[in-house]
Design a protein around this ligand. Structure first.
Ligand code: AMP
Length: 502
């Protein structure tokens, strides 16, 4: 048993970083990728895998490889392409690797927050790449023998130590015995000296898929990453399942009982790439169907349907198809700008919208336009876009949003802001319409969105739209709230109030 891992002699152990509660957090909606393959350049394949998962996190990236004796990591702030170069990729030699792209909304960017998290033990190593959020992380931290040394802003690090301290001869046994202690969302790829362990919480909030590439096995967040590296999709890791990939191949340790499958509906709305497939549903088609359903639910006369690119494109195509109103391009996106949502300060976010989209003035002038986007969160993006279109001489600007109003914060890995910053939690649709300055505003109904997903209605997490959390979250740990430098956000009691579905 680890007596006091955190105070182990510094000289014998690689540097550990203790995060302060006031420091900046790891924040999720991350992309994870892992590969086991003796004959391949695992670091290079991980690099390309992460590259295709860039949309899930743009603030930092890291890859950890094993050569059977030790783990080696390269991590950095920024995009995958700026963290890694030829030299760094070549320095990562081994037969298995895991990688991570990191996402955050507020607070600063620090290298110590970039994953994979590596636990350097006296005579062993264990690394984790995590997508999700553990709501009981703080309680778990208190059970650690050396909690006084653990500042605990990383739930992933806490998970690592809990696993390490759990019963079991092997790492996978330890994962199994510790599994039920973790409440919340976790799709994880762990790396030991000689194997990969992929596991997914029993609710299946965040995606995790398996693939094969000429005898090498891959596990990652989305199927688009499999396509990118030329791998074949095998199947999804089931909710509650633990998979081990080692020299004997790929094997499942079985499943922890799933109480309530709760795949995140917002993955279909926004988070995932349109070319990914979950639950046998191509994300692009789900979005297109949601646009079609919205056109039936909320029709309006107009000259053209346009998308907020790229997040609204698939849905706008669907809306146009069902309404018979021609689809056209009006907003030209600067593709070299990250997601505006990601900018921590409101004034930078405001500017971000302007530098991100430039309207085709000549086309907009005198037209009645239906503008389709996937979601409205704070209302910043849409307000700016409507103003831009009106300034260009649009006769009418109608907004159609292909998801229901986002009313409640997510505890399961998406950084939807604090409830009071969600525009739909404090305004009615009519009030939002007025605030944004649109001629009309309509959202897709929750039933319409569920229908578009074609996933069984009771197997989806819809909590950001209806506040019905699939597990109790009262008092739950949210990385972004706990670690926020914004004291209002940290103290807000609304974060701790929730409805619980049984
Ligand atoms: P807002 O300006 O706050 O209303 O943000 C709405 C925009 O952010 C929409 O265009 C969405 O595509 C996008 N969006 C929605 N959810 C997220 C998220 N979790 N992370 C980043 N962007 C998001």
């Amino acid at each position: 048993m680890r007596k006091n891992s955190f105070s182990a002699k510094k000289s014998t152990r690689p540097e550990r970083v203790f995060l302060k509660p006031s420091g900046n957090p790891l924040r999720d909606k991350c992309g994870i990728f892992g590969i086991y393959g003796k004959e391949v350049d695992v670091a290079r394949i991980s690099f390309f895998g992460l590259y295709s998962l860039q949309h899930r996190g743009q603030e930092g990236a890291g890859i950890t490889v094993t050569d059977g004796k030790k783990l080696k990591s390269v991590k950095g702030l920024g995009l995958v392409s700026s963290v890694f170069d030829e030299e760094k990729i070549n320095s990562l030699k081994g037969f298995a690797s895991i990688g991570h792209t990191r996402y955050s909304t507020t607070g600063g960017n620090k290298l110590c927050n970039v994953q994979p998290v590596v636990l350097n033990l006296k005579d062993d190593v264990f690394a984790l790449a995590h997508n999700g959020n553990i709501i009981n992380a703080m309680d778990l931290a208190k059970t650690l023998p050396s909690q006084d040394k653990l500042s605990s802003t990383s739930d992933t690090e806490i998970m690592g130590w809990i696993i390490k301290n759990s019963k079991g001869k092997s790492w996978e046994e330890k994962v199994f015995t510790s599994f039920s202690q973790f409440q919340g969302a976790f799709s994880i790829i762990a790396l030991t000296k000689n194997k990969l362990i992929a596991f997914r919480d029993s609710y299946g909030f965040r995606p995790l898929v398996l693939g094969e590439l000429n005898g090498s096995y891959i596990t990652c967040s989305e199927t688009c990453a499999l396509d990118t590296v030329g791998a074949k999709f095998i199947r999804e890791v089931a909710p509650g399942e633990i998979i081990v990939i080692d020299e004997k191949g790929i094997h499942s340790l079985g499943k922890v009982r799933s109480i309530k499958k709760s795949f995140c509906l917002f993955e279909y709305v926004y988070l995932a790439r349109p070319d990914s497939i979950f639950n046998k549903q191509l994300v692009h088609q789900v979005r297109q169907r949601s646009g079609e359903i919205l056109a039936h639910e909320s029709p309006v006369g107009a000259d053209m349907v346009v998308a907020v690119p790229d997040s609204g494109t698939s849905a706008a195509i669907g809306y146009s198809k069902a309404s018979g109103i021609p689809y056209g391009e009006v907003l030209i996106k600067n593709r070299y700008i990250g997601r505006t949502f990601i900018q921590p300060e409101q004034h930078i976010r405001d500017m971000g919208v302007r530098i991100k989209f430039n309207p085709l003035k000549e086309i907009v002038k005198g037209k009645r336009i239906i503008i389709v986007d996937d979601s409205i969160v704070r209302g910043t993006t849409m307000k700016k876009i409507v103003k831009m279109l009106k300034n260009c001489g649009a006769k009418k600007v109608h907004i159609r949003v292909c998801s229901p109003p986002v009313t409640d914060p997510c505890y399961f890995g998406i950084d939807t802001p604090d409830k009071k910053k969600l525009i739909a939690s404090k305004m009615t649709v009519k009030e939002i319409e007025k605030f944004i300055g649109a001629d009309s505003l309509a959202y897709l109904s929750l039933n319409g969105l569920k229908k578009a997903s074609r996933v069984k209605s009771d197997e989806l997490c819809t909590s950001c739209f209806d506040g019905k959390y699939p597990m109790p979250v009262a008092g739950g740990f949210r990385k972004d709230v706990f670690e926020s430098e914004d004291t209002n956000l940290r103290m807000n009691p609304n974060q701790r109030i929730s409805k619980f579905v049984d």
